[in-house]
Design a protein around this ligand. Sequence first.
Ligand code: NAD
Ligand code: IPM
Ligand code: MN
Length: 357
Amino acid sequence: MPTYKIAVLSGDGIGKEVMPEAIKVLDTVGRLCGIGFDYTHFDWSCETWLKTGQMMPEDGMSQLAQNDAILLGAVGYPGVPDHLSLWGLLLKIRREFDQYVNLRPVRLLPGIPCPLANKQPGDVDFWIVRENVEGEYSQVGGRFAEGTEAEGVVQSAVFTKFGTDRILRYAFELARKLGRPHVTSATKSNGLYHSMPYWDERFAAIGAEYPDVRMDQYHIDILAARFVMSPERFDVVVGSNLFGDILSDLGPGMTGTIAVAPSANINPEKKYPSMFEPVHGSAPDIFGQNIANPIGQIWAASMMLDHLGEAEAAALILKAMTDVLSDQSAPRTPDMGGLARTSDVGTAIAKALTSGI
Ligand code: NAD
Ligand code: IPM
Ligand code: MN
């Protein structure tokens, strides 16, 4: 029986509430498909920072490196400045494990009311490929002339040729693999003087290697509008770290709730473990009520199985999830208009795996 070593980082807030549901579902599918999971739980969170001044111990990264994959809940909580908690854990892992691809599906699922008029499942179904380790997310820069009239701050964006080319290439390869040979690039080369003209130049250069893949590009502002007005036109959308971040909340928002959206932080070369997490954060506004929707975390677990080469188990989870969503009488958390608890939804998906709904 294949057994995978999984690092579990529930993190902060509702990360702690949705994670047990993903584990419940993983254990169920594991029993069905003959897959074992050897979990190591790490309690690193904002509480760790408050106690130690760090989000993880000194040897934290080498502890994580022992695992086949990382399943993460959410990081960040009031009381700890967000840039410190995120750069100390989530962004640190993405960067040090060179998880340069952030793959995020945007899919309208059955049974979730769509805020866009007249859309059915299938009408909104595309992938965002977000550059995940450089770009606008950078520690380059700093404050100047502090305490004077001239005080200010510089925040630099870094786009290397290596980093830009490899994410663009990943997007083109994905479009081919999906049999949907069309890549849309998010740009802003009219306003950003250096970075985005360079991004466009590399998009054209890498695209030339894929003559069979149709290419288009839009400035991020009109692209956001086109997402809402005609989501059918997209197949694979590639964007820089910041543009990809914004688009990957806009996309799921268009499909009714961000709470179901998953995210795969991938090191395609498999030199380091990849990390799987929901798109959403720690939701302090609802933490402690057991009403968080666990579907984003469960779908992230399915993406993790896909990455580990367990495509059948991954597909079974997706099917159980959509079966539950399609059943009007199945439990729904308040973000989807229901009254169910987090654990009711996890249990319903686990049950749908074994005995149908
Ligand atoms: P958020 O995603 O935590 O919450 C946004 C809104 O969506 C809130 O109203 C919340 O209640 C709701 N929501 C989110 N997930 C939900 C779920 N599973 N079920 C039901 N409702 C859900 O974003 P935010 O408020 O901007 O951030 C809160 C904290 O989380 C901050 O510290 C932020 O930095 C952090 N954050 C972390 C991650 C991550 O770890 N990947 C992602 C985003 C935000
Ligand atoms: C995400 C989050 C993170 C990001 C934050 C919490 C740093 O919003 O995973 O989308 O911007 O990447
Ligand atoms: Mn985000």
